[in-house]
Design a protein around this ligand. Structure first.
Ligand SMILES: Nc1ncnc2c1ncn2[C@@H]1O[C@H](COP(=O)(O)OP(=O)(O)OP(=O)(O)O)[C@@H](O)[C@H]1O
Ligand SMILES: [Mg+2]
Length: 466
């Protein structure tokens, strides 16, 4: 029996489908020579028939030593079988056509089908499949419909399975929602009928080998050099930071940038649902949650990992995203010697972020009084960085707030930086994030840690301590 199996390019019930156990490693080989979107779009029924024949041949082939050892064995084998089929069918093709058919067959039988060209396109940052006939992408912050399509629901289901079955997971009527990662690190969410009425739906957040760094963010107008200087100082000065924003506003990107400022000697523990952070320091422990298995057992949630991380002598704890009760453990960690920790959460304003934190602490189930929760928050969190995706699709830091204490039952904050919009020119938002002129109280803590910022960073003159 061959170890590597191939799925049918022309449909067929899922139960009859064969699992491509090693397809992920073959897909890596493909990435070097991706099929283009236009090549994909120009494939005909005749092409699909030819590929079905290639597939039928492959399924019957025994696994050889070469197949096990050589990473490009299957792509080469497919190329040979495509040529063989062209000869057998006596189909007149140009050299260009032969290459196109080969890449098409490789993408269909080993790769991710019509998603291949989109995954290979660096200008695409997100891919959204809404059933077989609609594939949307995001480019430069704008969402656009592509001409790419799947053949039918089953075609999408096969691609989902190709991604998740090597991970020992499945997506079917009993588990209709799944999160996974592609071989290249991209994050995938799949949800299928009956939960999703428009057919199997995929959302893929592309992974970039080089995440956006401080200079990229300044170049894109997401921050200014002064603001980056401030944020770097906040990280070096061990402030606890919460990055707040709506979905896809760039929270993970900013968290990654902040984490990159952590000095090399510190022991960093990152905790995420799907490891997205890319830290360059040498002393990093990466923890990732685990979903429940098919019997509904074995789940390890963010909260479990936060609790465990406290026994791992962390200098810094970086939590990819707080969604629930882990917020309480995080606040406690921040309050008990692990300052300099950071996380992200979903909220539209810094004030919302505080309410979100309160709600999440309640989800820990300890029945704490509201005032106690607020005191914890105000003692633990020093800075909230607010992100927004503006109407022109650009992602920006729009506020940096400092938590300054409590007045009665209310947590007080002051705005250190705020985005000032001057207008809209040719569809682009014109504006800049500027210091409000307020001298942050945390400067004292920074100074205690030996960090002195030039006063110009805050838009005031004179010595920062003056
Ligand atoms: N300032 C920016 N300019 C341009 N693109 C950006 C910027 N910040 C982030 N991006 C891109 O936007 C996409 C979403 O970013 P990111 O994953 O950081 O968002 P997120 O808020 O963490 O999303 P989610 O809510 O899904 O976790 C990524 O493709 C990222 O590369
Ligand atoms: Mg994120």
């Amino acid at each position: 029996m061959p170890r590597l199996r191939f799925s049918r390019p022309d449909g067929g019930p899922a139960s009859e489908r064969e699992t491509p156990a090693a397809a992920d490693s073959a897909a890596i080989t493909l990435a070097a020579r991706p099929i283009s979107a236009s090549d994909y779009a120009s494939s005909s029924n005749e092409d699909r028939d030819l590929i079905a024949k290639v597939q039928a041949r492959l399924v019957g082939e025994p696994e050889t030593v070469a197949a096990r050892r050589e990473a490009d064995y299957w792509p080469r084998r497919i190329a040979a079988l495509v040529s063989e089929q062209i000869e057998t069918l006596g189909r007149p093709v140009t050299e260009r056509d032969r290459t196109r058919l080969t890449r098409y067959a490789q993408a269909e039988l080993l790769g991710l089908g019509p998603l291949e060209p989109l995954l290979a396109d660096d200008s695409v940052s997100e891919i959204m499949v809404n059933g077989p006939n609609q594939i949307w992408v995001e480019r430069s912050g704008k969402i656009e419909l592509t001409s790419a399509t799947f053949l039918n629901d089953e075609h999408i289901r096969r691609i989902i399975d190709r991604i998740i079955s090597p991970l020992g997971r499945r997506c079917d009527e009993t588990t209709p929602m799944v999160d996974a990662r592609l071989a290249d690190g991209s994050r995938l969410n799949a949800i299928i009928p009956p939960l999703c009425l428009n057919g199997p739906t995929l959302t893929i957040r592309k992974f970039f080998k080089k995440p956006l760094g401080p200079s990229d963010l300044v170049a894109r107008g997401a921050a200014t050099t002064e603001l980056i200087e401030l944020l770097r100082a906040c990280v070096l000065g061990h402030l606890n930071i919460v990055v707040s924003g709506g979905t896809g506003t760039g929270k993970t990107t900013i968290l990654n940038m902040l984490s990159s400022f952590i000095p090399d000697g510190e022991r960093i523990i990152t905790i995420e649902n799907a490891a997205e952070l890319q830290l360059q320091q040498r002393h990093v422990i990466t923890l990732e949650t685990r979903p429940a298995n098919i019997e509904g057992r074995g789940e390890v949630a963010i909260r479990d990992l936060v609790v465990n991380s406290l026994r791992m002598r962390p200098d810094r704890i970086v939590i990819g995203e707080c969604r629930a009760g882990e917020a309480l453990d995080m606040l406690q960690a921040m309050n008990t010697g692990h300052d300099g920790s950071m996380t992200t959460l979903h909220a539209n304003t810094p004030r919302d972020a505080i309410s979100r934190l309160e709600t999440m602490v309640l989800m820990a189930g300890l029945d704490l009084p509201q005032r106690a929760i607020r005191e914890q928050i105000s003692a633990a969190v020093h800075v909230i960085i607010q992100l927004e995706r503006l109407q022109d699709g650009s992602r920006k830091i729009v506020k940096v707030n400092e938590l300054t204490g409590m007045e009665g039952d209310v947590i007080t904050m002051s705005e250190i930086f705020t985005f000032q919009q001057q207008g809209v020119r040719e569809g682009k938002v014109v504006g800049k994030i500027v210091p409000t002129g307020i001298r942050p109280r945390f400067l004292e803590k920074l100074q205690q840690n030996g960090i002195n910022l030039p006063p110009s960073v805050f838009g005031f003159s004179g010595r920062p301590g003056a």
